[in-house]
Design a protein around this ligand. Sequence first.
Ligand code: FES
Ligand SMILES: [Fe+2]
Length: 404
Amino acid sequence: MKFVPTKEICSQAGSRGGLPAWTYNNNELTQLEIEQLFLCNWMFVAHVSDIPACGDYQCFALGNERALVVRDEQGRLRAFHNLCRHRASRIVADDKGHCGKAFVCPFHGWSYHLDGSLKNIPRADSFPQLERHQFSLKAIDCEVWQGMIFVRFGGDGPSVTELFAAAAAEIGLYRIDEMQPFDEAYRYQFDLDWKAVLDIDNEGYHIPVGHPELFDLVGASYTDQQLEGGLNRACGAIDQRRHRMQRNRDYVAALLRKSYLPDSHKNLWIYWGMFPGFVLTLFPDQIEIYQIYPGGNQQSVMVGATYALADDRPAMQRARALNREINMGVGEEDIRLVKWAAEGMRSQAFDGLLLSDLELGVASFHNRLRQLLPVVTLTQAPPGGSLREVNARMQQQGSVTAVG
Ligand code: FES
Ligand SMILES: [Fe+2]
């Protein structure tokens, strides 16, 4: 793995100061971020076990785009725009479900095979000379990597396999492709910019104070590492000393010594992050996948789910349940902290962030945003209506130097 050294992160423009406050509340910027950061990058849709049988499907929506992933009759996963070629209705009503051997549009009943080709048109005689093969569903890039299904609406950057290359050996230990859903999927909506939510997720400096229970469990050894290409890894080992908190003691006692994992990983809590907002958490007893993305101006969405290998041993069930309790607590603590930090950033007294060496994950995340969308280096928002043009000009000039 190639780590980006601290010195390099801090020497990049403005890394200690964080992004200026306006970038957390600007609708034009959010639209640009959706287009240039999210729609052209890989987005996680589901685990292979969420779409197990022929005709099972799952949807994913971001900005104005809607994706639909289905398992076809050969068992292959395919992704399409969830958009009828007749008059643009979504072709499935639900976010997740089973469509049998064809999609039937709920508007006028056009139907499509699972490979996307047009199957049937009611009253086809009313469309004279229709070239049917020109009206298939539009395909979207789809890649399945270690049991996780990703789609990409546009762009031609590296594949998921390439992006995660440095993490592949470690993630491969967990046999994610053999896992099954463990708990109900969750979805949170925040009245906050997506970057504010990710900022808190990108550093471990807040753990000793912000997450006392997590700190008691893995805090002593917790470290953040930034890798090239938008990958980052945080890791803490379960402390071998006696834990102060009862739930941690119970969790550690329930964790089975005999594990499918090698000794090096039996006691680790690992978080792999991929720009812009994907996080895979590897625990010794289960995994959690979540993703944070914009839902609009000052709106963000966090969607996640847990998966685990089949194992009905009571101790394992107990460890998994305790893990969920601990992590639900951590999640509630983060939600509270992120709200407090974000409300402060709206105050006229807010002078900007100050990032320590222990918050390099935030610095590195902001540096990446500065490189991709140089307009965020401006101390003030560009005049209304001009942000897209100003950013394009700065991108052309290769400008990431105008830092406040
Ligand atoms: S919009 Fe789908 S059948 Fe008319
Ligand atoms: Fe946190």
